[in-house]
Design a protein around this ligand. Structure first.
Ligand code: GRF
Length: 203
């Protein structure tokens, strides 16, 4: 499985995928990392791992549609079977999502369907939730709305702030994302005709 990873920032999830790949446990090959930010730390992580990198900066494009078209072009040069969003902080057009239908994964820092969008950790604290977490899901045209493949839950403690909670959630992100990518590469997690399956069971 040829994998292209899209990032915008730190790239700690990318790092977890690179580590898993270096350990021979990813089940696929990360053939490129593409960032929409030139200064994303994740670009340096990819270079250090010897992975091809490219920057497609959204600020260079007039609108979302032309940016997404350029992004598709850049991605497709690497002929991926799987595109992994790892802290990619741009909303993608329906055209983009359709182009990578059934082979586009995202990780979101909440227990979906709770807290779609941004500031999820603060939202969980404000709601006095006892539990919070993260979700890996197939991407569909509905933002943060595609079928969830795997979630990890963590406790919320009384003295948590958004930063301490985010840190606890990220530990779990780094565990479940490589695992889910492996499931995809092994043909265990699949999306077909709008439905997602794990080992043949509906998700
Ligand atoms: C993660 O919390 C991820 O869930 C969210 O963006 C963050 C990216 O972190 N979508 P990193 O760049 O992987 O460190």
């Amino acid at each position: 499985t040829r994998i292209v990873v899209l990032i915008s920032g730190n790239g700690s999830n990318l790092q977890a995928l690179l580590d898993q790949s270096n350990a021979g446990q990813l089940g696929g090959e990360i053939v490129a990392v593409i960032s929409n930010k030139a200064d994303a730390h994740g670009v340096a992580r990819a270079k250090a791992a010897g992975v091809a990198t490219q920057v497609v900066a959204n600020v260079d494009y007039a609108d979302r549609a032309t940016f997404d078209t350029a992004l598709i072009q850049a991605i497709d040069e690497y002929q991926p079977n799987l595109v992994v969003l790892a802290g990619f902080m741009r909303i993608l057009t329906p055209e983009f999502v359709r182009h990578y239908q059934n082979r586009l994964l995202n990780i979101h820092p909440s227990l979906l369907p709770r807290y779609q969008g941004l500031h999820t950790h603060q939202k969980a604290i404000d709601a006095a939730d006892a539990e919070h977490g993260c979700s890996v899901h197939f991407v569909t045209e509905e933002l943060d709305g595609g079928p969830v493949i795997l979630q990890a839950r963590v406790p919320v403690f009384e003295d948590d702030d958004a930063a301490s909670l985010a840190e606890r959630v990220q530990v779990q992100e780094h565990a479940i994302y490589p695992l889910t990518v492996r499931w995809f590469c092994d043909g265990r997690a699949v999306m077909q005709q709008g439905k997602a399956y794990l080992d043949g069971a509906l998700l």
